[in-house]
Design a protein around this ligand. Structure first.
Ligand SMILES: [Zn+2]
Length: 181
């Protein structure tokens, strides 16, 4: 049960970051993801795409059904996971080769994985509360990337610092030390 990755550690794609704004497919040919040049993707058809292909590290590409959805202003899309789930996000675990939905990868949130009575667990528990606050207030999303805090989260910590929320800032520092140590 403990060999599954945490959702916060995983890379993910969304219809938006492969399809551009409002899910419109604009890019021709084989594209690389911004920030992840090891991941390439392309569509079966530029004007009316029905399939998205994704290849990790030059491996055999995965083929996903691409399902555009009309919304009031413009268009969005779902990417259908191989299990049939219409996903808004498909995840790639660290060193993984396949994108799948959260359930297929059996991804857990950090909170359920750690013993909340351990020192790291207590910090994570606190951070989780903070993350919920952060998510709702500033739509910060992931707080971790490659074992480091994301830029957005770091900025948020700066705000906490200035707001006098020292315990949050200290908690974040301690947690990072625990994770990297
Ligand atoms: Zn799935």
């Amino acid at each position: 049960m403990n060999n599954h990755y945490m959702i916060e550690e995983c890379f993910f794609i969304t219809p938006r970051n492969v399809g551009g704004r409002f899910g419109h497919v604009r890019k021709l040919g084989i594209n690389e993801l911004e920030n992840r040049s090891d991941i390439s993707y392309w569509f079966d058809d530029m004007s009316e795409p029905t399939c998205l292909f994704v290849s990790v590290n030059g491996n055999e590409p995965q083929k996903f059904d691409w399902e555009p959805v009309d919304i009031t202003f413009g268009e969005t899309a779902y990417i259908r996971c191989h299990c049939g789930y219409r996903a808004r996000k498909l995840y790639l675990p660290p060193n993984g080769k396949e994108f799948k939905c959260r359930k297929c990868h059996k991804l857990q949130y950090q909170l359920t994985k750690f013993n909340r009575h351990s020192i790291a667990g207590r910090s994570l528990y606190k951070m989780n509360r903070l993350q919920k606050l952060a998510d709702s207030r500033a739509n910060i999303g992931r707080i971790l990337y490659n074992g480091n805090y994301t830029k957005k989260f770091t900025r948020f910590l700066g705000l906490c610092d200035r707001a006098g929320l020292e315990s949050i800032v200290r908690g974040a520092k301690d947690l990072k030390t625990l994770m990297n140590g």
